[in-house]
Design a protein around this ligand. Structure first.
Ligand SMILES: Nc1ncnc2c1ncn2[C@@H]1O[C@H](COP(=O)(O)OP(=O)(O)OP(=O)(O)O)[C@@H](O)[C@H]1O
Length: 304
């Protein structure tokens, strides 16, 4: 069993608090670390990997602190978000260099094995600078896997990767998880996370906001109150009709035209709106969510 435990970990840079008193437990299988940009995901992953010291609290792997513990590097593989600046090396040279850094007994064999896992054996002779984004992610993954770690940490691995390569990467991570590895990847996209993560941890503004399976997180996100702006052929009439409906908490006629509606249950509202409009002979011209930004979704989660 490889269980990463983050215990009241904080990390600050000067007066910026990047991670604020976060506690979570990450066990075998695939976990998604979800949060908007700047939430502290990279900082948290760096602390989990033992590359960054917590300012307070600690991170342990099966009870052993990961910071300042050289032996732990043998158990953890990290795929960082930033591009490896080794474009002048071939994929094979890069992966092998990592095997040598780990002082593996047969670095060549270990490199070939890792290249095989990510199916990069064939292009491994080419320079990394000639690779697509997806291939660069795979070569970084091979480098992180070269010492066969029990824990694999990936920072935004799907960012900028085309759909076919993304699918391939997702299959790989799913396989790693089902083999019993502890796999954690970060993302700011819920749809991406829920496709492969058994478990989701949400961080917002450096704080731990929620934890659960994707169903629970999805419900938390979609059940929040939503505000929509509707433009119609008869705003006043629609406002009156909507106020009588169950899924609406508030209606306001906008001075510059349109109705702003606060919806409590989006599912019911989405079905009721077109039906009500039709029944009352009102034409819907526009339905726009006014607070659909990811930040507002996450802000709701933090206040939940
Ligand atoms: N070395 C540093 N010095 C100063 N501030 C930092 C440093 N590293 C991170 N921060 C700040 O800490 C906060 C969290 O950053 P972090 O990169 O961990 O977030 P993130 O969730 O990974 O976001 P992104 O996906 O945008 O990288 C941000 O406000 C960031 O500006």
């Amino acid at each position: 069993m490889s269980v990463l435990e983050v215990a009241n970990a904080s990390r600050w840079f000067g007066n910026v608090v990047a991670v604020n008193d976060v506690s979570m437990q990450i066990g075998p299988g695939v976990t998604g670390l979800l949060g908007p940009n700047g939430a502290g995901k990279t900082t948290l992953i760096a602390m989990m990997a033992g590359f960054l010291a917590p300012s307070a609290g600690m991170v342990t792997l099966d009870g052993a602190p990961v910071w300042n513990n050289v032996s732990i590097y043998r158990a953890i593989g990290l795929v960082p978000e930033r591009e490896a600046s080794f474009g002048y090396l071939s994929g094979r040279q890069f992966v092998r260099a990592n095997a040598e850094l780990h002082k593996l007994p047969s670095p060549g064999e270990a490199a070939e094995r890792a290249l095989g896992i990510v199916e990069m054996g064939e292009p491994a002779g080419r320079l990394i600078s000639t690779y697509s984004k997806g291939m660069r992610q795979r070569i970084k993954l091979a480098a992180a896997l070269v010492h066969d770690p029990a824990v694999l940490l990936l920072d935004e691995p799907f960012n900028g990767v085309d759909p076919r390569q993304r699918m391939h990467l997702m299959e790989l991570l799913t396989r790693m998880g089902s083999e019993g590895r502890t796999v954690l990847f970060s993302s700011h996209i819920l749809e991406e996370v829920e496709q492969i993560a058994r478990h989701i941890e949400v961080v917002v503004s450096g704080r731990h906001a929620a934890s659960g399976d994707f169903g629970a997180i999805r419900r938390l996100m979609t059940d929040r109150p939503n505000v929509y702006l509707l433009r119609t052929s008869d705003d006043r009439k629609l406002a009156a009709v909507l106020m009588a409906g169950e899924s609406v908490a508030g209606v306001r006629l906008e001075p510059r035209g349109g109705v702003q509606v606060q919806v409590t249950d989006f599912g019911t509202f989405a079905v009721a709106l077109p039906r009500l409009a039709k029944e009352h002979g009102i034409t819907l011209r526009e339905v726009t969510p006014t607070d659909e930004s990811l930040e507002s979704v996450f802000a709701y989660l933090v206040s939940a």
